[in-house]
Design a protein around this ligand. Structure first.
Ligand code: AMP
Length: 212
């Protein structure tokens, strides 16, 4: 399975992509997670990307293409992968094509459809575990104990770029730069669209069905 997940911020693509990767035994490759890790580790990439990610803008294409090219060259990605958060621009999509190819048996693309007003509400109540990356929603998928991770007991945090201003910037970037990527894959007949509104399990079933 070589699959790209496209969806606005807060559409549940991280949650669904992780689950799908576990079910199909392929790596879940999230460029957002990779950048957050670099930022936490204080690497050169992290120092460069930090302010951009915090503001909700997009990290430059040449940086992202390099990161994903290196990651896909690792042996675990040979049998397949689920890309979460890449490509976000047409340039990134075109470059990906040049090193993966998307002919028959190649890439498939899944777009999660969630309206902006649902996104804004979801993101305000989103929390994640800084240790293991588990994602919660205080209303629809709450942790067992108040704001503590079920898996490792770490205190949950709201992502710094989940504030109102950054969310607005991220939504704008999605509409302006990432939606054309969905159109690009539609023209290649590899795009499936799935309604992303509803409980996590129901959305997951829709995804599995659309891919079968
Ligand atoms: P995500 O976790 O996918 O929502 O990504 C968090 C942030 O990381 C985004 O708002 C961007 O600032 C940055 N980012 C992640 N992936 C990319 C990408 N493919 N291109 C540019 N910026 C990215």
């Amino acid at each position: 399975m070589k699959l790209i997940f496209i969806g606005p911020p807060g559409s549940g693509k991280g949650t669904q992509a992780k689950r799908l990767a576990a079910t199909h035994g392929v790596p879940h490759i999230s460029t957002g997670d990779m950048l957050r890790e670099a930022i936490a580790d204080g690497t050169e990439l992290g120092r460069k990307a930090g302010p951009i990610v915090a503001s909700g803008g997009l990290v430059p294409d040449d940086v992202m293409v390099g990161i994903i090219k290196d990651r896909l060259a690792k042996t675990d990605a040979r049998k397949g992968f689920i890309l979460d958060g890449y490509p976000r621009t047409l340039v990134q999509a075109e470059r990906l094509d040049s090193f993966v190819g998307n002919g028959s048996g190649g890439l498939r693309v899944l777009q999660l459809l969630v309206p902006d007003e649902v996104i804004v509400k979801r993101i305000a109540l989103r929390r994640s575990c800084p240790q293991c990356g588990a994602i919660y929603h205080l209303e629809t998928a709450p942790p067992r104990d108040d704001e503590v991770c079920d898996r490792d007991g770490a205190e949950l945090i709201a992502r710094p770029d989940d504030n109102e201003q950054a969310v607005r910037t991220r939504l704008e970037a999605f509409h302006r730069q990432t939606l054309p990527v969905a159109t690009f894959y539609k023209s290649k007949s590899v795009l499936r669209q799935v309604d992303g509104v509803g409980p996590v399990d129901v959305v997951f079933e829709r995804i599995e069905k659309s891919l079968s």
